[in-house]
Design a protein around this ligand. Structure first.
Ligand SMILES: C[S@@+](CC[C@H](N)C(=O)[O-])C[C@H]1O[C@@H](n2cnc3c(N)ncnc32)[C@H](O)[C@@H]1O
Length: 272
């Protein structure tokens, strides 16, 4: 886990950078603020190591000449096109019922943004301190946007390891309609049937991968399935199309797409 990182900014945004420095420090990440003259594409190319930057648009993760943030604004067009009928995730998570849903592997929050747009009340859990801080910043900016503010009003962020969060809900018998899981998956599929050629990972995912452990050390989230099943009537797991089942457990139902699939597990005896 990255726990020391440079935070680049221009003199106009030092105060904002200091705010993020304090927030990240409270989450166990020490930053060194470096004020530069021009935080532009050239600067990022000349400083390819993993870092953070703060500009007029908030906090960014940067590396290899690129920068990224969970860009919820850029999702607006996709959200406007989406419907309960057209989205496989909507059928898998039964979003027509406007469920209370825990997304236990937040990442960039894109799936949750879509689910909240389609009616779910989402608790979004992320354990990585830098990713969580990026998410929190996106959430704050989205609250100022006329369209997105209505969507993110249905998203509540929690900084925690989901195993701890789900355990505490199990103890409190605090049930929920759906738990959604999309744990990291090794770049090269474990499954023997995996296609040899992987599609190029999107820029955002490339940078996300730099923050997270190497393939061999990656926590594949198998332990989350049983905990999720203890509190949710429906657990939905997003997987690459040909990937092995989470925790090796055969789902009750599957929705197959071109690039990914959704595996669903039902607990009929639970009443939320
Ligand atoms: C593949 S990404 C999820 C992408 C997400 N569905 C989206 O739409 O952007 C997986 C994320 O889950 C987080 N994660 C994995 N295991 C976790 C756990 N036990 N608790 C909290 N977050 C976890 C990782 O840090 C990573 O950010």
């Amino acid at each position: 886990m990255v726990n020391q990182i440079r935070l680049y900014t221009e003199s106009d945004h030092v105060e904002k950078a200091q705010h993020f420095e304090a927030v990240l420090s409270s989450r166990g990440v020490e930053t060194e603020i470096v004020t530069v003259e021009q935080l532009n594409a050239r600067f990022l190319r000349l400083h390819p190591e993993l870092g953070l930057c703060v500009d007029v648009d908030g906090l960014w993760l940067c590396a290899n000449g690129m920068k990224m943030q969970p860009d919820w604004q850029a999702e607006t067009a996709r959200l406007k096109r989406a419907s309960l009928k057209s989205e496989m995730i909507a059928r898998a998570c039964n979003l027509a019922e406007k469920p209370f849903l825990i997304d236990a592997t937040a990442g960039l929050g894109h799936d949750s943004l879509l689910m909240a747009h389609l009616g779910a009340q989402v608790t979004l859990v992320e354990r990585h301190p830098i990713l969580f801080t990026l998410l929190e910043d996106s959430h704050i900016r989205a609250r100022q946007d006329t369209f997105l503010s209505q969507v993110v009003a249905r998203i509540h962020l929690v900084f925690s390891d989901s195993a701890d969060y789900l355990k505490s809900r199990v103890e409190q018998k605090n049930l929920v309609d759906v738990v959604y899981l999309d744990p990291m998956f090794p770049q090269r599929d474990q499954n023997q049937q995996a296609p040899k050629k992987q599609a190029q990972v999107k820029k955002q995912m490339q940078l996300l991968h730099l923050l997270l452990p190497e393939d061999g050390e990656m926590d594949l989230g198998d332990h989350l399935l049983e905990l999720a099943q203890d509190i949710a009537k429906r657990v939905v797991v997003k997987r690459p199309r040909l990937a092995v089942f989470l925790a090796g457990k055969q789902p009750d139902h599957q929705w197959q797409g071109d690039a990914c699939r959704f595996d669903a597990y039902f607990q009929h005896e639970l009443v939320a």
